[in-house]
Design a protein around this ligand. Structure first.
Ligand SMILES: *[C@@H]1O[C@H](CO)[C@@H](O)[C@H](O)[C@H]1NC(C)=O
Length: 257
């Protein structure tokens, strides 16, 4: 059933990315060839799931007809539960699957945005990703250092610190945001990381995935064991070298690569 529906989804996605409008939706509200009726919620939930499965890639905006659904999701209890579950799995791995060296070479990597702190308040004002990113605007918001905490990640952060693991923050944020980033992180309760790595003008010439992989290469060459990476983007966990394990937090609002 799912397989034979694929052409419909694909043509819808193409329609959506070309010129999405609520009226495009009506095609689907009718019975499909297979007699399967799907709702807008079915469609958007499937869009979100396939973003998280990394089947849908390089999207520039959330499809217009799903903006309301995505907005509801990222402000829902479900989003919190999903994120907490990710962190819970990190903690299980840390306590059962991780044989830390304990000699100062243990490392764990975190993203910043939508991993340690949340950009949802910014995206709330920008159609939850339904509007094409304006970097000037986003950086102006980041420079205010008001991003709220994702509290479940702080729990893992503190646990790692207590276990003597060096915490390395690697973000696609640019160097110019360093002091605002530190201020924001400290204000909400993060402190004691080992290194905060932001993008230099040189790094901006390469894609985010390459930039992050290059940073990890330097860490590994320097003797670090990267036990885990937690991020909300595939560009934070793909590329070589990676971590021994990687954990993907939900984020259906934007795609960084
Ligand atoms: C981005 O936002 C800034 C500040 O709000 C605005 O001046 C600029 O025109 C916007 N750029 C685009 C491409 O929309």
């Amino acid at each position: 059933m799912a397989k034979s529906l694929l052409p419909i989804f694909l043509s819808l996605l193409i329609t959506a990315s070309a010129s999405a409008s609520a009226s495009d939706w009506n095609i689907l509200s009718q019975r499909s060839k297979n007699g399967l009726k799907i709702s807008l919620k079915n469609y958007c939930e499937s869009w979100r799931l396939n973003v998280e499965l990394h089947n849908i890639r390089f999207f520039q905006v959330v499809p217009e007809e799903c903006v309301s659904y995505i907005g509801k999701y990222v402000t829902s209890t479900q989003y919190k539960v999903d994120s907490e579950r990710t962190i819970e799995e990190c903690i299980v791995y840390l306590s059962k699957g991780c044989e830390l060296k304990g000699d100062g070479t243990d490392a764990w990597i975190f993203d910043i945005d939508d991993t340690l702190i949340s950009t949802v308040p910014y995206y709330k004002k920008n159609q939850y990703g339904g509007k094409k990113l304006n970097l000037t605007d986003l950086e102006a918001w980041m420079s205010k250092a008001n991003a709220p905490i994702l509290g479940h990640t702080l729990r893992l952060f503190n646990l790692l610190k207590a276990r003597g693991v060096d915490i390395i923050l690697i973000s696609a944020r640019r160097e110019g945001l360093r002091s605002a980033t530190i201020e924001n992180l400290v204000q909400v309760g993060y402190h004691g990381w080992t290194n905060l790595i932001l993008r230099s003008p040189e790094d901006e010439k390469k894609g985010v995935e390459q930039y992050k992989a290059d940073v990890r290469r330097r860490l590994v060459n320097g003797g670090y064991h990267i036990w885990g990476i937690v991020g909300d983007q595939y560009s934070s966990i793909q590329g070589s070298p990676s971590g021994r394990r990687t954990f993907k937090l939900p984020n259906p609002m934007y795609y960084v690569y």
